[in-house]
Design a protein around this ligand. Structure first.
Ligand SMILES: NC(=O)C1=CN([C@@H]2O[C@H](COP(=O)(O)OP(=O)(O)OC[C@H]3O[C@@H](n4cnc5c(N)ncnc54)[C@H](O)[C@@H]3O)[C@@H](O)[C@H]2O)C=CC1
Ligand SMILES: O=C(CO)COP(=O)(O)O
Length: 336
């Protein structure tokens, strides 16, 4: 299985950065951008200034606003749109996907309503077996990778050969992808850490320091792993790049949209102000705290931090009050 020609559908921060990763690894990459002017800028100026200011894109990377043109002849198709719009976008592209192309998901979220993971949505809409979808996860803040700062990642697929094909297609001097067959664990790790990053941002906005952050990260990992174990994930995944790796990077970095959104809320801003602070880009945790909360409730798993984020983001509760309630919960054993 050799991947030379790759289409990336979505020209936001991570779609553009992952397209650069692939091009720097020697692939021929065509991007689809929703707006014609963004496609023209990528194609003609080799920049995407709205999402990655100051970054020069490789000359071999091209772009179009026409999905049919973008998808023609692709060996692999990378889906790089936000989780809650993936279903609608993919439904529009369904008839254009080349037969036998490997489908790759960059999105980190759980769909509202269906409570499906992204590989499940892709499998349903594209009518491919779920075990053939490759999921990209790990500590991958787009801007750092676009600046070619070293990072690891995980390519998860039940079909190892497909993961290896994408690994070969994306490995370069600054991006080191590992394969993993635990798709459930990698997807849940990526979706849940966005919610925990909201909480770390709120703690920062409230003026709390490293102890509070470490507590939220560690207890966030505990509730993520509880959900994962219940849904069939390998517990070891949460000790890896798609678990603790992504969680630490996102919770600690001011580049994270989720952490930034939470910090603004912690400082007393409205959700509209917090959204403006992330420049119109997606902060997946704001929607995923609702879907993950419902997913957890459905299988009887307690996720108190996720529940707290739902109450702040969707019920307008004061983050300081929610924090005090989290601290005041019934005392328990660390692992119960
Ligand atoms: N930015 C990052 O550092 C990373 C992002 N991710 C994940 O990758 C996925 C995509 O993220 P980004 O590229 O960063 O998002 P973004 O907000 O920067 O860009 C989203 C892209 O999707 C397009 N799009 C198409 N249909 C859309 C719709 N209906 N609503 C909104 N946008 C639509 C937008 O035009 C834009 O090009 C998300 O699930 C995110 O969690 C994963 C790892 C790193
Ligand atoms: O997934 C990410 C890093 O791995 C990006 O996080 P944000 O979406 O919070 O910016």
């Amino acid at each position: 299985m050799t991947v030379q020609s790759v289409t990336v559908l979505g020209a936001g921060s991570w779609g553009t950065t992952f397209a650069k990763v692939l091009a720097d690894a020697g692939r021929d990459v065509t991007m689809w951008a929703r707006r014609a002017e963004v496609a023209a800028e990528i194609r003609d100026e080799h920049t995407n200034s709205g999402y990655l200011p100051g970054v020069t894109l490789p000359g071999r990377l091209t772009a179009t606003a026409d999905p049919e043109e973008a998808l023609s002849g692709a060996d692999a198709v990378v889906l790089a749109v936000p989780s809650q719009s993936l279903r609608a976008n993919l439904t529009g592209w369904r008839g254009l996907l080349p037969r036998d192309a490997i489908l790759v998901s960059l999105a980190k979220g759980v769909e509202l309503g269906t409570l499906k993971r992204m590989s499940e949505v892709i499998s349903e809409i594209a009518e491919v077996p779920a075990n053939e979808v490759v999921v990209v996860s790990g500590p991958n803040l787009a801007r750092e990778i676009a600046q070619q700062q070293p990072a690891g990642a995980v390519l998860a697929c039940a079909d190892h050969d497909r993961a290896v094909a994408i690994q070969q297609a994306s490995f370069n001097g600054y991006f080191r992808p590992y394969t993993n067959t635990d798709v459930v664990g990698c997807e849940l790790g990526g979706a849940c850490k966005n919610v925990i990053a909201l909480s770390c941002g709120m703690a920062a906005g409230l003026g709390f320091g490293a102890n509070t952050m470490a507590t939220l990260i560690t207890r966030g990992l505990a509730e993520t792993a509880r959900l994962g174990a219940k849904l069939g994930a390998d517990p070891l995944t949460f000790a890896g790049l798609a678990g603790v790796g992504d969680l630490v990077a996102t919770c600690a970095s001011p580049l994270s949209r989720n952490r930034t959104f939470g910090e603004r809320i912690g400082r007393g801003e409205t959700p509209q102000q917090a959204q403006a602070a992330v420049g119109g880009q997606v902060a997946e945790g704001v929607m995923s705290c609702q879907s993950i909360r419902e997913l957890a409730r459905g299988v009887g798993v307690d996720m108190p931090i996720t529940d707290a984020m739902f109450r702040v983001c969707h019920e307008g509760m004061d983050p300081a009050r929610v924090g005090a309630e989290l601290l005041g919960r019934q005392q328990k054993h660390e692992w119960s």
